[in-house]
Design a protein around this ligand. Structure first.
Ligand code: MD3
Ligand code: FE
Length: 208
């Protein structure tokens, strides 16, 4: 039997419907200040199917010319990212077990056909803090393996209101989103899925 990587925690239904609705309103306000944009793969410039924006002091961005990186400004508007909503900071404090605050909240928006290929998250200097993920809207099929690309993977559904904590060994596990199940949640008026990931980027004391 395959085992999930150590430090992986799935908290199904962590947020009730009123909490999910309030979070959607927070994200709507953030997206007004920092619009979703289409990220490009490094070197090839191939557009990703997921649209993105960020909240927090630092945001994860990618384009053909400069590749994957964190920066303090939106690539299209040049403005600072809006702050991380308080209710997300509360969730981080409740589940992360970290003594540091998150610096980045990546907002991923999936339409019915969007996917995210198997990848590792390793653009952060701080890899001892977990990543905390919040799912809103339509259900997705999520896949997670081990720390080597060819390790066996396990798939399961992430539903609206689920929280996932990726700590310990799972922090460097390969993972991806294979598909969205359209029409599985009434939360977002026009459907689709939002995933929020809270991350510590810099090492505490690095002066950022
Ligand atoms: C496992 N997001 O933004 S969330 C990402 O549903 C990303 O949008 C997916 O992968 C999404 O990088 C998956 C669950 C997740 C998030 C971060 C992880 C799983 C992770 C980091 C390390 C290992
Ligand atoms: Fe990821």
């Amino acid at each position: 039997m395959k085992t999930l990587p150590d430090g992986f925690r799935h908290l199904p239904g962590y947020l009730d419907l009123p909490e999910q609705r309030a979070l959607v309103e927070d994200i709507r306000a953030a997206v007004q200040a920092a619009p979703l944009y289409t990220p490009e793969m490094p070197r090839t410039g191939k557009p990703m199917s997921v649209r993105m924006t960020n909240c927090g002091a630092l945001g994860w961005v990618t384009d053909r010319e400069r590749g994957y990186r964190y920066q303090s400004t939106h690539p299209a508007t040049g403005r600072q990212w809006p702050p991380i909503p308080h209710r997300l900071l509360t969730i981080w404090r409740e589940v992360s077990g970290a003594s540091v605050e998150p610096e980045a909240c990546l907002v991923n928006f999936y339409d019915d056909t969007a996917r995210m290929g198997l990848h590792q998250d390793r653009d952060e200097q701080e890899l001892s803090a977990p990543v905390v993920s919040v799912s809103l809207g339509d259900t997705c099929l999520f896949r997670i393996g081990g720390t080597a690309r060819n390790d066996p993977t396990q798939s399961f559904r992430l539903n609206s209101g689920d929280v996932v904590v990726l700590g310990g060994e799972s922090r460097l596990a390969f993972h991806g989103v294979d598909r969205i199940y359209p029409g599985t949640s009434p939360l977002l008026k026009s459907g689709g899925r939002i995933n929020l990931t809270l991350r510590r980027v810099t090492l505490p004391g690095s002066g950022v």
